[in-house]
Design a protein around this ligand. Structure first.
Ligand code: BES
Ligand code: MN
Ligand code: ZN
Length: 507
């Protein structure tokens, strides 16, 4: 039952009947620039504030300008450094919106108005969408279990589009609504990822998925341990067998009557609620972070909600295999051989390479449910984080047209990503002496061999794999995002469904 924040108001004037406590105004480093529909009073105020402070408009620099005279009706101006106008993009805009919301929340919150200013005229609805998305992302509060000092939720926010016509305002309002909805789903994923493993074992993740479907036409079905066994999902069962917590496979279906019979998008998300490594146990340092090993599953849950709320005319199935990976007397051992539902046998060399095992069975199931196109998303390999760092998601798969479309849509939606190769040569590293495959390919190219392992379960279908091991969690607070879960993938998957419903995604 995710709570929705109130809708954005779109106004064409900064001083209107709704007095805000805060007036956020982006300022470019190289102002003055030609700004359409100049608001000369605002320009003068900005010029004065810049002249009397060291504020240079560098990106994410902020300056509070209290009203010259005490009056409750006059807001405190928040100048938002927007950097060079030539580098102002949608993503800059989203991040600035988030930074504004976070800065204001840190100072007690309250109603806010944000003035849209862009270096060039036009594209207003797109910019407003970016502002609204950023403002919504800036509402995320990681302090759910703090009993004191939690910030209050946003009450209202206005986006001011100087000089906007009635029609422009209507378009901007629709765009802001979409952004609020999608941004809210990103925050839902972040909430799920933030939950500690003791409070979010697989069965609770399943309950939360049911909750996320409330108020939508999504159909949720949860396969329990016995259904999993009946289907022969030996890879899911194998990983789960060391834990007291039973496995489940969460299936979420979006099938509006407006959807054509094909294509059918299958979204598969890794739902390991805690990854200790199993018998191949991880070192203690930072192991607490492994509660985020269900971030791919959370992204699928939240994206399914967004896709339903947006009423995307496409048949989409989400499959989230969920387990806890623990060491115990009943855990799988290195050297054990498992047989997945597809019939493929796996020699488990390392029990810490568990994500690819459960994804294998889940991809098989998504195919069985009729998916024609597959995307899986998983905190799969430390190697991917080593290769691309903490800000870029790795994209793998086949054929190139499909993979490139997924990457581009992800990037445009705000989930920065880059394609890594899956040349068949790497597959040699996965040969087993006794089974069809081993589950680890060794030290080199670890993200790629993991992807290849997963891809073996995608059959002949177009398939893309998003490795979010680096991007699911922020290790350091940034002006536009707190330390903690990022909600990566929600916007990418949602954008992909929208694009496919329009026949836009390659292959
Ligand atoms: N969940 C981890 C991947 C991970 C590592 C995510 C660090 C986030 C941060 C995954 O299950 C795992 O343990 N992968 C191993 C694979 C190895 C055993 C081949 C890894 O990356 O070390
Ligand atoms: Mn692992
Ligand atoms: Zn894992």
């Amino acid at each position: 039952m995710p709570t929705a924040s109130p809708a954005f108001r779109i106004s064409s004037e900064k001083t209107d009947e709704n007095p805000a406590a805060w007036l956020a105004v982006p300022v470019f480093e190289d102002e003055p620039v030609a700004i359409p529909q100049q608001d000369s009073q605002l320009e003068a105020e900005i010029a004065r504030a810049r002249a009397t402070s060291g504020f240079a408009g560098k990106r994410f620099e902020t300056l509070l300008v209290a009203p010259g005279h005490a009056s409750a009706a006059v807001p405190t101006m928040v100048l938002l450094g927007a950097g060079p106008s030539s580098e102002f993009e949608r993503e800059t805009c989203r991040r600035l919106g988030a930074a504004a919301a976070m800065a204001i929340r840190a100072r007690g919150g309250g109603p806010l108005a944000l003035v849209h200013r862009a270096p060039a005229a036009g594209g207003t609805a797109g910019w407003v969408e970016a502002w609204a998305e950023g403002l919504t992302l800036g509402e995320f509060d990681a302090g759910r279990y703090k009993t004191q000092g939690r910030g209050e939720d946003r009450r209202e926010a206005t986006i001011v589009v100087p000089g906007a016509t009635v029609e422009e305002r209507a378009q901007a309002a629709a765009a802001a609504d979409r952004a609020r909805l999608v941004g809210g789903c990103v925050n839902l994923a972040r909430e799920l990822v933030n939950e500690p493993a003791n409070l979010l074992p697989p069965r609770v993740l399943a309950e939360r998925a049911r909750g996320a479907a409330e108020g939508t036409a999504l159909r949720v079905e949860v396969l329990d341990a016995s259904a999993i066994a009946d289907l022969g999902m030996g890879l899911v069962m194998g990983v789960a067998q060391g834990s007291q917590e039973p496995a489940c496979v969460i299936v979420i279906e979006h099938r509006p009557s407006s959807a054509p019979a094909a294509p059918v998008l299958g979204l598969v998300g890794k739902g390991v609620t805690f990854d200790s490594g199993g018998i191949s146990i991880k070192p203690a340092a930072n192991m607490e972070r492994m509660k985020d090993d269900m971030a791919g599953g959370a992204a699928v849950v939240a994206a399914m909600r967004a896709i339903a709320l947006l009423d995307v005319p496409l048949h989409v199935v989400g499959v989230i295999p969920s387990v806890e990976n623990m060491p115990s007397g009943s855990a799988i051992r290195p050297g054990d051989v498992l047989r997945g539902a597809s019939g493929r046998t796996v020699e488990v060399i390392d029990t810490d390479a568990e994500g690819r095992l459960i994804l294998g069975d889940a991809l098989w199931y998504a195919r069985r449910l009729g998916a024609t196109h597959l995307v899986d998303i998983a905190t799969l390999t430390g190697a991917c984080a080593v290769a691309l760092g903490k800000t870029t998601t790795g994209v793998f798969g086949r054929p190139d047209g499909w993979v490139d479309a997924v990457r581009r849509l992800a990037d445009d939606a705000g989930d920065r990503s880059w394609v890594l190769p899956v040349f068949a040569d790497y597959g040699d590293l996965l040969k087993s002496d006794i089974a069809d495959t081993v589950n680890v390919g060794g030290r080199y190219g670890g993200a790629i061999t993991a992807a290849l392992f997963v891809g073996e379960f995608a059959g002949e279908l177009p398939w893309a794999h998003l490795d979010i091991a680096g991007t699911a969690w922020n290790d350091e607070a940034k002006p536009y995002a707190p330390k903690g879960p990022t909600g990566v993938g929600v916007r990418a998957l949602t954008a992909l469904a929208v694009a496919m419903s329009r026949g836009l995604a390659g292959s």
